[in-house]
Design a protein around this ligand. Structure first.
Ligand code: GLC
Length: 535
């Protein structure tokens, strides 16, 4: 496949409200991001993905936009955003905006006007029906909300305050393309397209036999017509990078988005790992990887990630966040940065930040978690049980402030942080990590350097080497005569490896490993990972 800058890059995700607070109001902000750009640049990232910072009532942390053309006060202002773009570029990096095309805030002027009268010019920008069907939304028991003024229901895939837009309306589509061009003309280098699989709706909204299975919201007919049009009208006119968030997407459906000949998006996030694997299951993971690789091979590009602002920290969920925190953080990183696809780092992952456990539902902010909590408690379930069932996967696990140092509030803010800091900040923080000889941050740096040095890691063919132990992942990447071998032990135990495909590990060149020295080439310690160059 042809070579392009975005295939070779590593993306660093900045959840700005929890990244660095420059003015002491308790919220991270764009000025704070500017002040930490060197930190991101030193890591080696090429692209920054900035979570939404548009004007918003902030019911869903910025994913409920009330003005696509302005910056919310908590984040800063347009001048600061423009400076952030310039400063990012000055450091040789690119900036990707997160844009929400599926819905607006209920405070967006379009919706305020639309709900005021059936004759509103904007009525048809949204979806109205006389009767609801039986669908759920992601955050509420019904996807429909009755609106008194005009006595109809409007459709919302997420919170009640996030009405879905009607993409069938050509004027609405043009409005959105105009908005996308506005940002690209400002110099942003691409988009993370929120909830993009939801843009098209099923015709007539038939009831579902399985209302709890939200897949009816996604991948509906016409979606790809919209994406092709968007590409033609906007993306194709710029040298940018796009990644669509596509829940409930199989490899065959995924190919429709990213097949280069179809000209829609560059890449997507599929959630077959994060949505279907609550705990680590290497066999299942391998199957998912192989299926996606085989389906996209030679036609489209993948993404690699194991956490983000919606999915709890990878060391807590999949690794070990106590004794082997550093080893497991590095083991997963080794894999993410050597599998085929663009690797993503979610802020704090590079120092092995962990999930959190607060004592009370009042300490949590995540609208998804809170709505579910009150829904279940409302049905008469024991509040303690409900709380326990939601804590582990709460989105707030990954939204706690970035841990810069052991100073007050982890060095994140001099004010009161909008969300509590993870109490382990006294030992888990950037300053502490950089002091250690086994720094996780520096291991990430080394992985990123390796990727730049060895084109085979980006462009090489991928093959799994079948191995009998269900905790050990062995694969190769091959480009021309160049070949690398990756071996990861995803367990808490030492493993003595049987010979692998007649490869003599003692003769192979070790490129990187997450233990200081290799005593015996065939022995892999807990969460040990190594990358070899094979002659
Ligand atoms: C995406 C975002 C998530 C948000 C939702 C609704 O899944 O990542 O944070 O709540 O879309 O916009």
């Amino acid at each position: 496949m042809n070579r392009t800058w975005w295939k070779e890059t590593v993306v660093y995700q900045v959840y700005w409200r929890s990244f660095f607070d420059s003015d002491g109001d308790g919220y991270g902000d764009l000025e704070g991001v500017i002040q930490k750009l060197d930190y991101i640049q030193d890591l080696g990232a090429g692209v920054i993905w900035l979570n939404p910072c548009y004007e918003s009532p902030d019911v869903d942390n910025g994913y409920d936009i009330s003005d696509y053309y302005s910056v919310m006060e908590k984040a800063g202002d347009m001048n600061t955003l423009e400076r952030l773009i310039r400063e990012t570029h000055r450091r040789g990096m690119k900036l990707m905006m997160d844009v929400v095309l599926n819905h607006t805030s209920d405070q967006h002027p379009w919706f305020i006007d639309a709900r005021s009268s059936k004759q509103s010019k904007y009525r048809d920008y949204y979806i109205w029906r006389d009767k609801p069907n039986n669908w759920r939304s992601y955050f509420t028991p019904s996807a429909w909300e009755f609106d008194e003024a005009t006595e109809q229901y409007y459709f919302h895939s997420f919170a009640v305050q996030q009405p879905d837009l009607n993409w069938d309306n050509p004027e609405l589509r043009q409005e959105m393309y105009r908005m996308l061009r506005f940002w690209l003309d400002k110099g942003v280098d691409g988009f993370r397209l929120d909830a993009i699989a939801l843009l098209a709706k099923q015709e007539n909204f038939p009831d579902s036999d399985e209302p709890e299975n939200l897949s009816y919201l996604t991948n509906n007919p016409k979606l790809h017509d919209y994406l092709r049009e968007m590409n033609e009208e906007v993306f194709s006119k710029y040298d940018i990078f796009t990644v669509g968030e596509a829940g409930f997407t199989t490899p065959e459906q995924g190919l429709l988005y990213v097949d280069e000949r179809r000209r829609e998006l560059n890449t997507i996030f599929h959630f077959q790992v994060l949505d279907e694997m609550p705990t680590w299951d290497l066999r299942r993971f391998q199957t998912i990887q192989t299926n996606w690789y085989e389906t996209l091979k030679g036609r489209g590009w993948n993404s690699q990630f194991l956490n983000n602002h919606d999915h709890t920290r990878l060391v807590t969920r999949y690794g070990d966040d106590t004794r082997y925190r550093a080893e497991s953080a590095k083991a997963f990183a080794t894999m993410i940065h050597t599998l085929p696809g663009v690797p993503y780092i979610y802020q704090g992952e590079e120092i092995g930040m962990t999930g959190v456990r607060f004592d009370s539902i009042d300490d949590y902010h995540d609208v998804a978690m809170k709505n579910k909590y009150y829904e279940e408690v409302g049905k008469g379930h024991d509040p303690k049980d409900v709380f326990e069932s939601l804590v582990k996967l709460s989105r707030d696990n990954s939204r706690t402030p970035m841990q810069w140092s052991s100073a007050l509030n982890a060095g994140f803010s001099t004010g009161t942080p909008w969300i509590k800091v993870n109490p382990n900040y006294t030992s888990v923080n950037v300053e502490e990590d950089l002091k250690r000889p086994d720094s996780i941050y520096r291991y990430y740096q080394a992985l990123i350097r390796l990727r730049k040095q060895y084109g085979v890691i980006v462009y090489g063919d991928f093959a799994t080497i079948p191995y009998s132990d269900a905790d050990v992942y062995v694969y190769t990447r091959r480009l021309g005569t160049e070949r690398i071998l990756v071996i990861v032990n995803f367990s808490l135990y030492e493993k003595r490896l049987a010979p692998i495909a007649e490869i003599a590990l003692d003769k192979a060149q070790l490129l990187i490993g997450n233990y200081p020295e290799v005593a015996q080439p065939d022995t892999f310690r807990p969460f040990e990972a190594r990358v070899y160059h094979l002659a």
